[in-house]
Write a protein that binds this ligand. Structure first.
Ligand SMILES: *[C@@H]1O[C@H](CO)[C@@H](O)[C@H](O)[C@H]1NC(C)=O
Ligand SMILES: *[C@@H]1O[C@H](CO)[C@@H](O)[C@H](O)[C@H]1NC(C)=O
Length: 399
């Protein structure tokens, strides 16, 4: 073997080592997955490196990498697409072009990206929004909101809520030809978190008379108290969303101070003074047996009261919709929850399914056995388009 081919071989081995991730047997299109994961991993490493050098905040680099995938609002033969604002919040609106004799259904959508990244203009969101508007003959509102690290909780929540309240007024619904009795609120990941939180908030809002018909939550993040659930442990290094990245997202949502992130990685960010809240996120009592596997629930994981005092958001139900009590949950609308097996957020979704069903809320739960976090956004994956199709037919039949 010549020197040159030896080096080529070495580089090849290193690349393969970098790109390779052990995937479960039931994984579809494993090579596509590894390729996508390698790209993501490279972005994360680059962003981490630039942050180490003090050049750019991690999330700012990630945002630049992502914004390449943004598309302008372009109408097609079936759907008219416009960027506008609702109460100063930028939204993208998709309205079917064909005439309709009846009032239309509507979906109000909140994109994911860990409260730090993403926008309604990302190619994948734009496509799914179009499909939904076209297939359901529905008005589709995809909202933006200000993001971390520049803005923290409650800005994200409040932006979404302001846009939503603007939309849920009779005169605006009339303007868009929307049937006020057939409105869904939906979101994925951190968008699912915001969707669940605003739907709860609506229940207590005397100014909003419209009743939401459906909430649909796609692998939502629903609680910040316990980042040591079996799914966080099992999928700490899963493709697309690692535990460390999710913890970073959570902590950036609350603060730029990285001491919260450190405490969270040890799962010691909530003090014993708040132990009464753990019953709402107790995976030992809320997870179906098959997801608990061999994991042992430890009650002792309380941290310093300093951190908990410093960040009251840690105990806020608007950050962790799972902290709502049963009397509140009871009034929630028909719910669709999608969970993926290989996802740190899996158990958040599973626990919400249990809690909602316990108080009699009707829940359709779709668990994707070979699914991983973000699959709803990977529209070029066979599994992604299949899941979106299943979701759309459910929505079509229920909204
Ligand atoms: C518009 O709708 C027609 C009929 O359903 C379909 O064949 C066509 O592909 C759609 N166009 C786009 C751009 O999606
Ligand atoms: C969690 O649930 C387990 C089993 O149901 C129970 O033994 C434990 O005391 C609970 N802990 C908390 C903090 O609610």
């Amino acid at each position: 073997m010549g020197k040159k081919s030896f080096y080529v071989l070495i580089v090849g081995v290193l690349v393969a080592y970098y790109a390779y991730i052990p995937l479960p047997e039931n994984f579809e299109e494993p090579w596509k997955m590894m390729w996508m994961n390698t790209k993501m991993k490279t972005f994360v490493h680059l962003a981490t490196f630039l942050e180490l050098l003090g050049i750019k905040h991690f999330m700012d680099s990630m945002m630049i990498a992502m914004s390449i995938r943004e598309v302008p609002p372009v109408s097609d033969e079936n759907v008219t697409v416009t960027d506008t604002t609702f109460n100063d919040i930028p939204v993208r609106v998709f309205v079917p072009t064909r005439k309709s004799k009846e009032l239309r259904r509507a979906v109000f959508y909140i994109h994911g990206g860990g409260w730090c990244l993403g926008s309604a203009a990302l190619y994948n969101y734009d496509m799914v929004s179009r499909w939904t508007a076209d297939r359901l003959d529905a008005v589709f509102i995809s909202t933006n909101y200000r993001l971390a690290p520049k803005y923290h909780f409650p800005i994200q929540f409040e932006d979404v809520y302001r846009a939503l309240r603007w939309f849920l007024r009779i005169e605006v619904l009339e303007q868009y030809g929307v049937n006020p009795e057939r409105i869904a609120i939906s979101g994925d990941s951190s968008g699912g978190n915001l969707a669940a939180a605003v739907v709860q908030q609506l229940l207590d809002d005397p100014d909003v008379k419209i009743k939401i018909k459906i909430q649909s939550l796609i692998y939502p993040a629903l609680q910040i108290l316990d980042v040591h659930t079996p799914s966080y442990q099992e999928n700490a290094h899963a493709p697309s969303l690692s535990k460390s990245l999710m913890v970073r997202f959570w902590s950036e949502y609350i603060t730029t101070d990285r001491s919260l992130e450190k405490a969270m990685l040890l799962n010691q960010h909530v003090s014993v003074g708040s132990s009464h809240l753990f019953k709402f996120v107790n995976w030992s009592s809320l997870l179906p047996e098959k997801f608990k596997k061999g994991y042992v629930y430890k009650n002792k994981m309380y941290g310093s009261s300093e951190i908990t005092k410093k960040y009251p958001a840690l105990l806020d139900v608007k950050v962790s919709p799972l902290l709502a009590d049963d009397s509140k949950l009871r009034n929630l609308p028909l719910t669709y929850i999608l969970t993926c097996q290989y996802d740190v957020l899996r158990d958040d979704g599973l626990m919400y399914v249990t809690r909602l069903r316990n108080v009699g809320v009707q829940v359709t739960h779709h668990h994707v056995e070979a699914g991983f976090h973000g699959i709803f956004s990977f529209i070029e994956f066979k599994m992604g388009s299949r899941i979106i199709n299943q979701y759309l037919s459910w929505l079509n039949n229920n909204l």
